[in-house]
Design a protein around this ligand. Structure first.
Ligand code: B4P
Length: 191
């Protein structure tokens, strides 16, 4: 199995690039953001609970997200690999993912870290908010909060994987196509 993580701050282009990467490499796309938005749209108990956090720019509690990922993983037996997009977002989630993968006899091969300036991130997200209909996109204050939460809770995940020598930094500013080519080169080196 070839498992990789696409890592980066909110708005760094994880979702945009994931769609292209899963098509190129035939991986299963696991986006916790997409899974949570589906739960919200279906008005499940999990979705109603998650929405309270997402609307404030906070992270959904670890136990909720970890349970959801375990279930998704089990629904995709026989996958040749997973692309984790927006997961893990805390060190506790990273440890839970390691445990899950170990049980399945596999591991994370590569963490691709998209590097984008904060002002560019806010600009992209405010712009996305004009069309996305996402409740967490429209307010710039919520955007700034999301970047703060990222620095406090998510950035330590990069250190966690750096210690294992798995992180490759990728320039995340420029055209979608150029960034995609950089990501593909890094993947090719590991495959
Ligand atoms: P996510 O759905 O993961 O999304 P994101 O971080 O907002 O955006 P992404 O990086 O995917 O950016 P995109 O490609 O869309 O998270 C949403 C929320 O769900 C979180 O805040 C959190 O509350 C919750 N959540 C999710 N996972 C969780 C977890 N594991 N634990 C706890 N809570 C969790 O790109 C952004 C914009 O930029 C788009 O408009 C795009 O068109 C544009 N863009 C992309 N590439 C560009 C480029 N090269 N140049 C210019 N614009 C570009």
């Amino acid at each position: 199995m070839f498992n990789l993580i696409l890592f980066g701050p909110p708005g760094s282009g994880k979702g945009t690039q994931s769609d292209k990467l899963v098509e190129e490499y035939g991986l299963v796309h696991l986006s916790t953001g997409n899974l949570l938005r589906r739960e919200i749209a279906d008005q499940t108990d999990l979705g109603i609970e998650a929405k309270k956090y997402i609307d404030k720019g906070q992270l959904v509690p670890d136990e909720v997200v970890i349970g959801m990922v375990d279930a998704y993983f089990d629904q995709h037996k026989g996958a040749k690999g997973f692309l984790f997009d927006g997961y893990p977002r805390t060190v506790a989630q990273a440890a839970a993912l390691d445990e899950l993968l170990e049980k399945k006899g596999t591991t994370i091969r590569l963490v691709l870290f998209l590097q984008v300036d904060e002002e560019e991130l806010i600009r992209r997200l405010v712009h996305r908010g004009k069309t996305s209909g996402r409740s967490d996109d429209t307010d710039e204050k919520v955007q700034r909060r999301r970047q703060e939460v990222y620095r406090e809770e998510t950035l330590p995940v990069a250190d966690y994987y750096s210690k294992a020598g798995k992180v490759v930094n990728i320039q995340g500013m420029g055209s979608v196509e150029d960034i995609f080519q950089s990501l593909c080169s890094a993947i090719q080196e590991k495959m």
